[in-house]
Each structure stands twice: as C-alpha cells, then as structure tokens.
Design a binder for this molecule. Sequence first.
Ligand code: FAD
Length: 259
Amino acid sequence: RGFLRERLDPPDRSWVPTVTDVLGEDAVTEVEREGTQGTERGVETTLPMIMTPTYLAWLMDSCRIAGVAFRWTTVQSLDLLVTGAYNTAPPEAVIICGGIRGGELLGGDDEITPVRGQVIVFANGSDDEDGDGGEDGGPVLTDWYVDDDDPENMTYVFPRVDDIVVGGIAEVGNGNEDPDAETAEAILARAEALVPALKELPILGHGAGLRPSRSSLRIEQVDTDEVSIPVIAAYGHGGAGVTLSWGTAERVAEMVEQL
Ligand SMILES: Cc1cc2nc3c(=O)[nH]c(=O)nc-3n(C[C@H](O)[C@H](O)[C@H](O)COP(=O)(O)OP(=O)(O)OC[C@H]3O[C@@H](n4cnc5c(N)ncnc54)[C@H](O)[C@@H]3O)c2cc1C
C-alpha cells in the first residue's frame, strides 16, 4: 500500500480501472494530506510490487524447468549466432531482446535512447545483527511513496522486506552507468524531506541503470539479408520493462507460433 502524489491537472489516472477491476471500487482513494512540505494531493492505493532479486531468480528457475538453456556471451553478429559460433544448435528463429543495445545486431536503431536512473538502497531497519540487511525485528517502513510527475525531480521510496529502494532521476540521453555522488546527495535530500524515517536508516549501497527508451516499444519481425531464418525484435521498454514483460513475451510467443 502506498501514496502516489499527484501534481498534474488533471492527474493521470488511466491505470485506475485496471486496479479497481482486480481489487474493487475502494482500491484507489483520493486523498489530501499534510506532508512534511505542506499539503500533498494524490491517491492511496495498493499495487503489485516486485522484489527483483527474488523474482528474477524464480523466473530463471522457471525457465530452466521449462527447458531453457542459458549461456552468457556477447553476440557479435546474427550470422555468427546462426552458424553456431557460440556452440548453440542451429536456431529456427532469433529473438533480439537487447535492451539499450537492441538495435545493434539489426543494422542500428536511431530511436533508442538511454534514460539514466539512479537509486540508493537503505536497510529497512537498523538493528541488523544477523547481517542480512534488514531489521531483525521486522521492517521499519512498509508503505511506498511516489512523487514522479516532475521527471527532473522524481522521488520514490519503495520499502521491500529487507531493504528500501529510493530514487530517482530520469536523465534522457545520459549513458553513464555509474552512480554519481552529487545525484545521490540530491536524491537523498528530496527523499529524506518527504520520508524523514530514512534519516535513521543505514545506506546499503548505490546503483545506476539505463532505461532502454524509444518512442514506442519495438516488437516486430525484422527484414534482414544477413540470415535466412526469422528474426524478431523485442526491445525499447523504457522505464516499464518489468511491468510489460509478460505481455511482450506472450506477443513474441504468438509471433513465433505463427511462423
Ligand atoms: C532505476 C530504474 C528503475 C526502473 N524501475 C522500473 C519499474 O519500477 N518498473 C518497470 O516495469 N521497469 C522499471 N525499469 C525499467 C526496466 O528495468 C527495463 O525496462 C527492463 O529491464 C528492460 O528489459 P529488457 O529485457 O528489454 O532489457 P535489459 O534488461 O536491458 O536486458 C537486455 C540484455 O541484453 C543483453 N545484450 C544486449 N546486446 C547483447 C549482445 N550483442 N549479446 C549478448 N547480450 C546482449 C544485455 O547485456 C542485457 O542483459 C527501471 C529501470 C531503471 C534503470
């Protein structure tokens, strides 16, 4: 459960019908409340949240059980991939899900742009005698807080079981993947002003990442003379790739089935 601050007039509530379909009419409540920086307007609601390290490990195991073999290497060209240079069996189709580098094997893509993000990870508690990053007596913060209508100054606080992910930024065109100290200071100042409880909690680490942004998601079969088997592009998910991933996978699976 958490609070989504709204600064736009009218606010974007395009997502509300989907949530109320699942959780019922009372799932999203409009609220006006006194925050640390004056009156905050927004909605309180319950939304699904993924703890990505746990989720991705589960997802990978599920894939293995379904027969997926994983191999880590940089693919230099479609031709090398198809002719077995990476010790794979000859494929019947290739799906390119290369994120920010999704266009590289497909003759380039001028539309793909990095949108840089940066986060600070806090322990969700300070009494961490067992060293697992969490408070041994349970989490300090449970409710999330999002204030991201202004992309220049977006702030979000996502408590998980053992830690709290705090962000953020959305720097269009910045491809720097290293956390930046000045940016961390600015995020920290905004987040601590909104959620003062963070001041008491230890910082576990800093992270930065690039959202693979594009004017729209690219899911299509690509014409290429390089190889004679079908090649499908599936990238450009921007800041919503986790949210969209099952839909993308279903669409790609349908396309492969139709081939
Ligand atoms: C700070 C931050 C916060 C975010 N928060 C959210 C959120 O709350 N909700 C949400 O839905 N999304 C969020 N996102 C966005 C989400 O992480 C991305 O949309 C998603 O990871 C994109 O998935 P993808 O598989 O398309 O690309 P990626 O995750 O980028 O994966 C592409 C992979 O392809 C590999 N690759 C590329 N080229 C080659 C090659 N030639 N050979 C071999 N491998 C190659 C790369 O190494 C990489 O592993 C966030 C992103 C950031 C940075």
